[in-house]
Design a protein around this ligand. Structure first.
Ligand code: HEM
Length: 307
């Protein structure tokens, strides 16, 4: 009996020690963040909730910040707090420039991207440290000017397709709302929910699709390696043929993760950017005219871009 209680007491002590360690770590990070952000503009924060209560309606919050901080005070960035987590909003090109010019190593804190892991795996976006450095180095040749140049032709073609689609969408106009439940941030809960199960099913579908394409291209490259010299190189060619200093290439899963990441990172961002740009240009016709004039000055009578 005594042994039993000794065991229980040991488990409780270990639990309390681990909990205290975690709390100390969290509070150390919190006080570091508080001092780092003390001069960054933002709404006053509640000691526990941060600014969560002001965020209840996200669009209202953004409009309020736009009015009170950007329009009236002209701030170049502001911060808001999700409990003890600071989120920085970049609101001026000068701030964006400072971030882009920075040579700081990629953050080790990948918070917020965890939900993408089942789909994208540890690709460039979600990895850091030596794994990120190696894969980033192996992929850099894919963005050499000589590889990108032949794509200008394709950019012109797809720009035309996009314009046709926008014209159609402008006539039909459809809006969708997706609701995200906060408890779904916990993977153990999420994977048992119907949404989570659908996500894992869709991930399997997307992964199978990518693997089929990768396997097929690998087979073709092995059968006739010279084929690569006869056409434009694409990202998949680079991923399949890249080798590190030890002669090791990327595994099929690593390639699949990078391909899925490029598909996601490439369409979600540009889609959002284009939508907001079109919205902003429609809201401010005087800027629309300036942009039109600018494009006309560069292109003259030509219908497409050359490089
Ligand atoms: C307007 C368009 C785009 C915007 C605003 C944008 C924005 C960003 C941002 C902010 C990051 C950093 C994310 C982070 O580390 O937390 C990022 C990373 C990344 N983006 Fe984009 N992106 C755009 C277009 C694209 C396109 C077209 C592709 C690929 C076809 C792409 C591929 C990637 C990849 C692979 C990463 C991870 C890079 C790394 O950590 O090494 N992005 N992007």
């Amino acid at each position: 009996m005594e042994t039993f209680w000794l065991l229980v007491a040991t488990v409780i002590v270990i639990f309390v020690v681990l909990l205290c360690q975690k709390l100390i770590k969290v509070s150390q990070k919190f006080s570091k963040d508080l001092s780092a952000f003390k001069n960054v503009p933002g709404l006053p924060r509640h000691w526990l909730f941060g600014n969560v209560r002001e965020l209840a309606v996200w669009s209202d919050f953004l409009c309020r910040m736009q009015r009170e901080f950007i329009d009236e005070k002209g701030v170049k960035m502001y911060v808001f707090w999700l409990f003890n987590l600071p989120i920085v909003m970049v609101t001026h090109p000068d701030t964006a420039k400072d971030i882009m010019k920075s040579t700081e190593p990629k953050s080790l804190d990948l918070l917020g991207y965890g939900g993408l892991l089942p789909w994208l795996g540890q690709s460039l976006l979600i990895s850091n440290g030596t794994k990120w450095e190696r894969n980033r180095r192996l992929m850099t040749p894919a963005f050499h000017f000589d590889i990108l140049k032949p794509y200008v032709e394709i950019f012109n073609q797809v720009a035309d397709v996009l314009m046709d689609k926008m014209l159609k969408a402008a006539r039909e106009s459809e809006m969708r709302t997706i609701l995200i439940h906060p408890h779904h941030y916990y993977d153990t809960i999420y994977r048992w929910s119907s949404d989570g199960q659908e996500l894992y099913k869709l991930c399997d579908f997307v992964h199978d699709f990518s693997v089929k394409i990768i396997t097929e291209r690998r087979r073709k490259l092995e059968e006739s390696p010279d084929v690569i010299k006869k056409r434009h190189l694409d990202l998949l060619d680079i991923l399949l043929t890249a080798k590190d200093e030890e002669g090791q290439g990327l595994s099929d899963v690593e390639i699949r993760n990078e391909v899925d990441t490029f598909m996601f990172a490439g369409h979600d961002t540009t889609g959002s950017l284009l939508s907001w740009s079109v919205y902003a240009l429609a809201t401010y016709p005087e800027h629309q005219s300036k942009l039109y004039e600018d494009i006309h000055n560069v292109l003259g009578d030509r219908q497409s871009v050359h490089w």
